[in-house]
Design a protein around this ligand. Structure first.
Ligand code: DC
Length: 233
């Protein structure tokens, strides 16, 4: 038997609020380490899109559960951008719309929805491993992950980054609107009963306000080396 697959795949968990730098950092790290990149938020976005396309109100719990349970959600961790499928259709771009962002924050409060998507997220771990980013990766999805990072940043800086990102994606937004949107989402994500946004006890917290993505990645690599994980020098 080959010894290649005798060890567990490596899981690096990166959690934190919107705009803290999770996706940029997780993508860079995955590329550097030759691991898959999984954006767990995209699975909640696909569920939210299903709810909106079904004409169901994100507040109608019973109906949300009914349509999400029957949704076929697929995630293909491809570089440079993962592909997301809903009922066989590629929805990679569609799930980035503002109304989907809003609905995702509501839909993700429901434990039944979380259960389904957590099972999907766990199924995406393949050799040699993944860098998975989200809100509850280190606390709930992979509590045993050997490296857990919690990124945070000043809300104003997070809003600035989001405005820049929206602009790059052809969706102009104002700083004030984005700041209040971020504050509303933070509150909902932190206050929900099911998997609220908190750092795992054994996570390393990095404040990215004054750091470049490259600097954050360097810190994470340093931590990985200290833990004896297989990362290049
Ligand atoms: O990271 P994002 O903006 O794509 O996430 C969209 C929503 O999904 C966000 O409001 C919270 C939810 N989410 C979650 O509850 N748990 C995760 N692991 C990832 C995202």
């Amino acid at each position: 038997m080959s010894t290649k697959h005798m060890t567990e795949p490596l899981v690096i968990a990166i959690d934190g609020p919107a705009g803290a730098g999770k996706s940029t950092v997780a993508q860079m790290l995955a590329r550097l380490l030759g691991l898959a990149y999984v954006d767990s938020g995209a699975t909640y976005r696909a569920a939210a899109l299903k709810v909106l396309e079904s004409g169901v109100s994100p507040e109608d719990e019973e109906e949300v559960i009914r349509v999400v349970v029957s949704a076929e959600i697929g995630f293909v961790p491809r570089q440079p951008q993962p592909q997301v499928f809903l009922d066989g259709k590629d929805v990679t771009t569609k799930i980035r719309a503002l109304e989907v962002t809003r609905a995702a924050s509501r839909v993700s409060r429901l434990p039944v929805v979380r259960q389904k998507l957590i099972a999907l997220q766990r199924s995406l771990v393949k050799h040699p491993g993944v860098v998975m980013e989200g809100r509850d990766i280190g606390t709930v999805v992979f509590p045993g992950a050997p490296l857990k990072i919690f990124l945070k940043a000043d809300p104003k800086e997070r809003a600035r980054r989001r405005v820049r990102q929206n602009e790059e994606q052809g969706r102009p937004s104002t700083l004030n609107d984005t700041l209040s949107e971020i504050a509303r989402r933070d509150q909902r994500d932190a206050e929900r009963q099911a998997s609220p946004l908190v750092a795992a006890e054994d996570a390393t917290i990095i404040d990215t306000t004054d750091l470049t993505a490259k600097e954050v990645v360097e810190r994470i690599l340093e931590l990985a080396r200290k833990k004896g994980l297989p990362v290049p020098r």
